[in-house]
Design a protein around this ligand. Structure first.
Ligand code: ZN
Length: 300
């Protein structure tokens, strides 16, 4: 009897351990994200998809009124993958398209998106790059008869009854360091706030005067130590941090110093190099997170 009892206890502890492991690994135990079958857009739910585009940024946002926003579009081989992902979510239109700054890992596929999707308004900082990628993007915008609105601190992109999208930086343009001309966007949906920093480094982040407290922070410049400081995190006070970086990238992003700072404030960290595409959902009160197996496929 006694032996039986201890076997039972051992079995129960094993089950308990298995259960706790499952909870701990909840991010790799992904639910259905945007699957092959197009899903119906959901009203009153905000979904923020941090797409795994390797070393680069691309964030697709389903707004609570079924409008959409795309912040950046990764390198030039991700266009089709990004378009397909958005299509699988049930959309063919981007209402608000934002290029945070004209570096290839952010605007690489944006010309493809402009040419192949229905586009509402386009926002870019007044910072030009002398590159083919940038020229191609401007060409695609003018070919479609679209105009670029200058993204700068104080600009309101959307102001609806239950959500607002504001640009809080750049305050000034830094022609010598395009990272420091990044459009920094704050999205508020009822009680939940998201802050998207592009590749803004500490010099730019220090110039922000707006309230930047947020539940979810898209960590600046792929987790580089040149961006995140203790003072900045003190202002944002994020519960969740997302780092968009490529596996084994040559820059060593995210830097250990950045991860240490985020851990010090008990921030829950998600990384596209580890968690792949990360999706935050908010009903305006609570936030839930899902991580996907899904990476954006490289193609045209
Ligand atoms: Zn970048």
């Amino acid at each position: 009897m006694k032996q039986n009892h201890s076997v039972k206890i051992r079995f129960l502890s094993f089950l308990l351990l298995l259960f706790s492991l499952l909870i701990l690994c909840s991010c790799s135990d992904s639910g259905e994200l945007c699957s092959e079958t197009p899903t119906e857009p959901q009203k009153d739910i905000l979904n923020v998809h941090f797409l795994d585009v390797g070393q680069g940024d691309s964030i697709f946002i389903e707004l609570p009124d079924e409008k959409t926003m795309l912040i950046d579009a990764g390198e030039n081989y991700h266009g089709e993958g990004i378009k397909n992902y958005i299509g699988d979510c049930g959309y063919s239109r981007i209402d608000y398209l934002v290029a945070t700054h004209p570096h290839a890992d952010h605007i690489g596929s944006m010309a493809y998106i402009v040419r192949n999707m229905d586009i509402g308004s386009v926002y870019m900082p007044k910072a030009a790059a002398n590159t083919k990628t940038y020229e191609k993007l401007l060409e695609s915008i003018s070919d479609k008869g679209l105009r670029v609105t200058s993204a700068k601190a104080g600009l309101t992109i959307a102001e609806e009854s239950d959500y607002t999208i504001n640009v809080v930086a750049p305050v000034t343009i830094d022609e010598d360091n395009l990272n420091n001309s990044s459009a920094v966007i704050k999205l508020i949906y009822k009680n939940n706030t998201f802050l998207f920093t592009g590749d803004a480094e500490k010099e730019e982040l220090e110039t922000i005067t707006a309230d930047i407290s947020a539940d979810v922070l898209k960590v600046g410049h792929h987790g580089s130590t040149t961006s995140t400081t203790e003072e900045f995190l003190d202002e944002v006070k994020p519960t969740y941090a997302v780092i968009s970086a490529g596996e084994d990238n040559s820059y060593g992003h995210p830097h250990k110093e950045t991860l240490d700072l985020l851990e010090e404030i008990n921030c829950k960290i998600y990384r596209t190099d580890i968690d792949k595409t990360v999706v935050f959902s908010s009903d305006g009160k609570t936030i839930s997170v899902k991580c996907g197996e899904q990476s954006i496929k490289k193609a045209g």
